[in-house]
Design a protein around this ligand. Structure first.
Ligand code: 13P
Length: 251
């Protein structure tokens, strides 16, 4: 079954206490708003995960890491493995975010290893794809996204593929206030689902494909209303509990 998901990517924000307080507030608001047909995920800095896992309602709030290592363990100073994330209480891990690709040189080849490592240790990858402005303007966005999907996901077996969540984040829409139109989002989401269906068959109908990039309370409803948009990966608006809740309630 395809799940509706709203995931908050906190990026490099919140001190320890701010993060714990934000998670508690989100958990409280989500509980008060009653049962909704949507899974809620928060993705705080690594240091906050274990405590957030203790203070939120685990039936309503899942936790994602923002990255994981290609390695399992050993002499890799500064890295966090999928197994450490899982043992601290994470259920998901965001991989391939455009900021990781752009600022830390993460390639499709490396991301293919990370996706498999996450799956090996019971984490569900939220695999991000998306084009930069020049690629869209040159009409190359479908080619870029195709390559990001084929090189990273196409050697997974059917069982592993069934666990993957995709996030389409046009880079030109991230943190810019310039949101993709509902039609642009639907066009790319359908392209992604069709490509996945060519490779993995009917299983692609169950893949959750999230939209990310300047998704706010004021535009979430019209974006989520599209057939192939199954939720959002939210940056700035995920740092305010009430805005985040309003986006969750857009379903
Ligand atoms: P904004 O919602 O701040 O544009 O960020 C989107 C994003 O990058 C989520 O991963």
């Amino acid at each position: 079954m395809r799940k509706n998901i709203v995931a908050g990517n906190w990026k490099l924000n919140t001190s320890y206490q701010e993060g714990i307080d934000l998670a508690i507030e989100i958990s409280k608001l989500v509980a008060e708003s009653g049962d909704k047909n949507v899974e809620v995920i928060v993705s705080p800095p690594f240091t906050h995960i274990a405590e957030i896992n203790k203070v939120v309602d685990n039936d309503r709030i899942s936790i994602a890491g923002q990255n994981c290592a290609t390695e399992t363990s050993g002499a890799f100073t500064g890295e966090i493995s999928a197994e450490i994330l899982w043992s601290a209480g994470a259920d998901y891990v965001i991989l391939g975010h455009s900021e990781r690709r752009e600022y830390y040189g993460e390639t499709n080849k490396l991301l293919n290893i990370k996706v498999k490592k996450a799956l090996e240790f019971n984490l569900t990858p939220i695999y991000c794809v998306g084009e930069v402005l020049e690629e869209r303007e040159a009409g190359k966005h479908f080619d870029v996204i195709k390559e990001q999907l084929e090189t990273v996901l196409f050697d997974l077996d059917a069982d592993d593929f069934s666990k993957i969540v995709i996030a389409y984040e046009p880079v030109w829409a991230i943190g810019t206030g310039k949101v993709a139109s509902p039609a642009q989002a639907q066009e790319v989401h359908k392209f992604i689902r069709d490509l996945l269906a060519d490779k993995f068959g009917g299983a692609a109908q169950n893949t959750s494909i999230l939209y990310g990039g300047s998704c706010k309370p004021g535009n979430a409803k019209e974006i989520f209303a599209n057939t192939d948009v199954d939720g959002g990966l939210i940056g700035g608006a995920a740092l305010k509990a009430e805005d985040f809740l309003a986006i969750i309630n857009a379903f």
